[in-house]
Write a protein that binds this ligand. Structure first.
Ligand SMILES: Cc1ncc(C[n+]2csc(CCOP(=O)(O)OP(=O)(O)O)c2C)c(N)n1
Ligand SMILES: [Mg+2]
Length: 318
């Protein structure tokens, strides 16, 4: 990997993390309302996967979407303002945490209903195939989503019509408080693809280089052959399901063990130490520029106006 890319990925992963740590703080200060689901711990997946897409490709996410939005090139200012419910937010303050959108970046949400976006991604992939525009759709979902009807509708459409879509399961081992082994009898969510004529793979989601390699392979394959893949990354979230979750279903030690052994930012730092020692001196400067960017985003969100009540009917189908 070239050095600029390594630095870009490091900066992005650090931005995802610091953006959300500051969002969590703002939430406890009651500057953010509604739900707030944090992506912290899963940064290598969003970075590696989205960095393997082209600008024209579509990216569709579920409600744990802040990291995906930032990886897609969404601005920290517009993201933070969205969390604060401000008119300058990426969804004009109407969506909040679960509904980040950026049409210009082909970032098509941010969806709160578990699994409901899976057939939507089949829809954009169908459009691409119909137009023969060579775009690929990448759709993120949680391990919990594989047990719900629309997931199977999406797999059925994608495999039957051979659609250029890569479904990314971020298997963080829990759906809210339910561990995957309890709902599936296995920890491998991608076995759900066995009922469909499609490719599937389960890989580790802690090393951004590996994450990128597997995603690139699946995305290239979709672009060349118009065939779908179900690609599962094993990952882990450090925070509760949402800010409202005290996470009593797991021990503090379990979380610490993942952080100590597989933290994606730490893993990347170890990589840099080993393979790119000349870059080490640049990391401090990157971290400090991220601190400035996040502080500016919080200031921007705080000072931005709320949506004008007279516009309440805008962007609404009636
Ligand atoms: C159809 C539907 N059922 C239930 C919920 C409530 N709910 C929100 S998140 C969630 C768990 C999903 O877990 P997973 O897919 O593993 O994603 P993660 O939160 O781990 O990223 C549930 C049950 C919902 N939003 N939609
Ligand atoms: Mg999960």
């Amino acid at each position: 990997m070239d050095q600029l890319t390594v630095l870009k990925w490091y900066r992005l992963m650090f931005l995802m993390r610091r953006f959300e740590e500051e969002a969590a703080r703002a939430y406890t200060e009651r500057k953010i309302g509604g739900f707030l689901h944090l992506y912290i711990g899963q940064e290598a997946v969003g970075t590696g996967v989205i960095e393997a897409t082209e600008k024209d490709d579509y990216v569709v996410s579920a409600y744990r979407d802040h990291g995906h939005y930032l990886a897609r090139g969404g601005s920290a200012n517009a993201g933070m303002a969205e969390l604060f419910g401000k008119a300058t937010g990426c969804s004009k303050g109407r969506g909040g945490s679960m509904h980040f959108f950026d049409a210009e970046k082909n970032f098509l949400g941010g969806h709160g209903i578990v699994g409901a976006h899976v057939p939507l991604a089949a829809g954009t992939a169908f459009a691409s195939k119909y137009r023969n525009d060579k775009r690929v759709t990448v759709c993120f979902l949680g391990d919990g989503a594989v047990n719900i009807g629309p997931f199977h509708e999406g797999m059925c459409l994608a495999s039957t019509w051979k659609l250029p879509v890569v479904y990314i399961i971020e298997n963080n081992l829990y759906s809210m408080g339910t561990p995957i082994w309890r709902s599936m009898g296995t920890t491998e969510a991608s076995i759900r693809a066995l009922g469909y004529p499609m490719r599937r793979k389960t890989v580790e989601g802690f090393d951004v280089f590996d994450c990128h390699k597997h995603a690139k392979e699946a995305i290239d394959h979709a672009r060349e052959t118009s065939e779908p893949t179900l690609l599962e990354y094993k990952t882990y979230r450090y925070r509760g399901h949402s800010m409202a979750d005290p996470a009593k279903y797991r021990t503090k030690q379990e979380v610490k063990d993942w952080q100590n052994e597989k933290d994606p930012i730490m893993v990347l730092e170890q990589h840099i130490e080993r393979d790119y020692p000349e870059l080490k001196a640049k990391l401090e400067g990157l971290r400090s520029s991220v601190e400035d960017e996040v502080a500016e985003a919080v200031r921007f969100a705080h000072e931005s106006p709320l949506p004008d009540p007279s516009t309440v009917g805008d962007y609404t189908y009636v």
